[in-house]
Design a protein around this ligand. Structure first.
Ligand SMILES: [Fe+2]
Ligand SMILES: [Fe+2]
Length: 269
């Protein structure tokens, strides 16, 4: 059995800080840690400092999202696959897209070594145009060497996330959503054995609007004109999901939430 921990979108300095201080305490509860890092660099993209911090804190794999290309460091990091186990979204149309959309790992567990494949996918509803993520999964799942499959589905619409989870139910171990930065309470295992939660939630500033200082977004909503957004700081939250996986099926899933300064009431299970 693989005890997998997935941590949602790490956002800017506050997110990187709480990842560094809190993730190490979760290492003994997990065999493999996947962290979505698409917002690590000031809210936009992944830079070397963010990647190094996540690896030091215990991440075994880093996924991305619609902000995959926003920081130039990611192009360099992707060339060093041995040091930086990055998985960018699978469903881009350009065959020359840098990096990889899925990656397999041999995970050490209490029972031995088990194969795990991590996939990052982009949704298309209320998002920029990309290839069909459902067809992309069909093509990937033609392979017979993937072991258990974990999917980080980076998408806006809950319906598309539920659609993907139902489409893949019984074919992958877990479909966990990212991108909205707000954790959903629909944590469950579907009838075919696939674990699902529409959004893991993010890892970043607690007093914010999905990571930004509230001032900019509120001004934009009120005035209908663009305003400068800045990353908020202060206490941070870390949101994630624990999934227990046996032979490409989920046997357990728990939502996890930690808020700095609210240690006594921070954890949900
Ligand atoms: Fe994000
Ligand atoms: Fe995103």
């Amino acid at each position: 059995m693989i005890r997998l921990l997935f941590v949602g979108d790490v956002f800017a300095a506050a997110g990187r800080r709480v990842l560094g201080t809190h993730l190490p305490s979760l290492r003994s509860k997990s065999d493999f840690i996947v962290v979505n890092m698409e917002n690590a660099a000031g809210g936009f993209g992944l830079h070397r400092e963010g990647a190094d911090g996540a690896l030091k804190a215990g991440a075994h794999c880093m996924t991305l999202g619609n902000h995959a290309w926003h920081h130039k460091d990611v192009y360099v990091l992707m060339q060093d696959e041995g040091t930086y186990p990055i998985v960018r979204p699978l469903n881009y149309s350009d065959p020359g897209t840098p990096g990889v959309g899925w990656r397999s790992f041999d995970v050490k567990t209490a029972q031995g070594t088990e194969r795990l494949t991590v996939v990052n996918l982009l949704g298309r509803v209320f998002m920029e145009a990309v290839d069909n993520p459902f067809r992309a999964m069909d093509t990937l799942l033609e392979r017979d060497d993937l072991g258990s499959v974990f999917v980080d589905f980076h998408a806006e619409a809950t319906s598309e996330k539920q659609g993907m989870a139902r489409y893949l139910d019984g074919r992958v171990a877990a479909v966990i959503g990212t991108h909205t930065h707000v954790p959903t309470a629909d944590t469950r295992i579907l009838p075919g054995g696939t674990a699902f939660q529409a959004d893991a939630g993010f890892t970043g500033p607690f007093e914010s609007i999905i990571g930004s200082d509230p001032h900019g977004p509120i001004e934009r909503f009120v005035t209908e004109r663009p305003h400068r957004y800045g990353a908020a700081d202060g206490p941070a939250e870390l949101n994630g999901v624990f999934v227990q996986i046996e032979s490409n099926r989920a046997v357990g899933i728990e939502r996890y939430r930690y808020v700095e300064g609210q240690e006594s009431g921070g954890q949900l299970s």
